[in-house]
Design a protein around this ligand. Structure first.
Ligand code: GN1
Ligand code: MG
Length: 355
């Protein structure tokens, strides 16, 4: 094991001595390790990416506030993430090379899925995110720090996109005219949720903002919902961002970077089962929020496609890539999903209206 990791772990209040530490999971933003000690305790050690997250102190404060609020509402330790403090009692460690580290208790006997294997799995993921929303319904959302300002401010994402397009840093704009046109033709629709929020028609809530299903822990035996992880981007937002991001990811029939777009569509059975699970676990959504659920899915797919396209134009500086054109392929899958939703729009809306 890397000596530095060992020194970092030594700064935390762990039970027992570390006997193993190895890379874990595959997030695009933070590095994660799974740790085991000789007292059979397991932990998750994580760097917090300070290039993306600028104020780690306030980010960690958000996580402490939210996990404490959640912990007050359940007796089951596996239903909430628990931070392990440093020996100095802090929620995280600032290491001498400028990196930041934190430790969570490992959620035992749990699994997390890269993709739902059945609609039932996806239903349970919806329950996990719905319960998260429901348990935080009384938490004052506007007291949370906005970790990434304008994270889902789609009109602002278009402004950044236009800057990247004008700069064309790596000369790629000429290759992607079709994607540019697609994005621009959807600009107005992509801004609708922000308009509704500003008009007070949709409520500001505590949101997770990275509701991929690999951020849900399921009980390994029963495959039922335990809790949600990856709380870095917890901040004020719309429930529809969380719901929409989960559906655009988990109800897609293809991988996020699939090159063969004929494999990518929105699976309506998956959409339906997530929607049912989310509404069952989170009955406090308003009528307006319910009506806007399809728009939530479409908005997030558009926005993420736009973010991938922007990063592609910018020379792949934000999202980690393992191969050439990966961000362009990611953009294309999201835009393909948008097109497919347009074809299935009435079915999506009818399903929600008839629930
Ligand atoms: C990023 O790191 P990861 O995979 O949890 C991104 C999300 C995107 C996702 C797309 C802070 O999340 O917004 O939906 O990639 N997170 C941030 O795969 O930008
Ligand atoms: Mg993640």
């Amino acid at each position: 094991m890397d000596q530095t990791l060992y020194q970092i772990l030594d700064c935390f209040q762990l039970e027992g001595n570390v006997i193993d530490c190895h890379a874990h999971g595959n997030g695009l933003i933070n590095k994660t390790f799974s740790v085991e000690t000789d007292s059979h305790k397991r932990y998750v050690l994580q760097t917090v990416n300070h290039h993306i997250f600028q104020d780690i102190d306030r980010l960690m404060n958000n996580i402490q506030l939210v996990t404490s609020h959640l912990a007050e509402q359940t007796d089951d330790p596996r239903r909430v993430m628990h931070l392990t403090p440093t020996k100095k009692g802090d929620a995280y460690l600032a290491w001498r090379d400028g990196s930041f580290w934190r430790v969570f208790e490992f959620v035992e006997d749990a699994i997390c899925l890269e993709r739902p294997e059945t609609p039932r799995d996806f239903y349970e993921c919806a329950v996990a995110f719905g319960e998260f929303q429901q348990m935080l319904k009384d938490f004052p959302a506007d007291t949370l720090y906005e970790v990434i300002p304008n994270f889902h401010n789609t009109p602002d994402r278009f402004r950044i996109f236009r800057e990247a397009l004008a700069a064309d840093r790596v000369g790629r704009a000429k290759e992607v005219q079709a994607e540019i046109d697609f994005a621009l033709s959807h600009e107005q629709e992509a801004g609708q949720l922000v308009t509704l929020l500003e008009a007070g028609e949709l409520p500001l809530r505590v949101t997770h903002n990275d509701t991929k299903i690999n951020n849900v822990m399921l009980d390994a035996k029963t495959r039922t919902a335990l809790c949600v992880v990856d709380l870095d981007t917890v901040m004020p937002g719309l429930s529809l961002y969380d719901y929409g991001d989960a559906v655009r990811g988990g109800a897609s029939t293809g991988d996020e970077d699939e090159k063969d777009l004929s494999k990518v569509e929105l699976d309506l059975a998956m959409f339906e089962s997530f929607t049912k699970g989310y509404l069952a676990a989170c009955p406090n959504l308003t009528q307006r929020e319910r009506e806007c659920m399809p728009l939530g899915v479409k908005t997030i797919a558009l926005e993420l496609g736009l973010r991938f396209l922007t990063d592609y134009l910018d020379g792949d500086r934000y999202f980690a890539t393992k191969r050439e054109d990966q961000n362009l392929d990611r953009c294309r899958t999201q835009f393909k999903l948008v097109q497919d939703m347009e074809a299935k729009w009435d079915q999506m809306n009818d399903f929600i209206a008839n629930l």
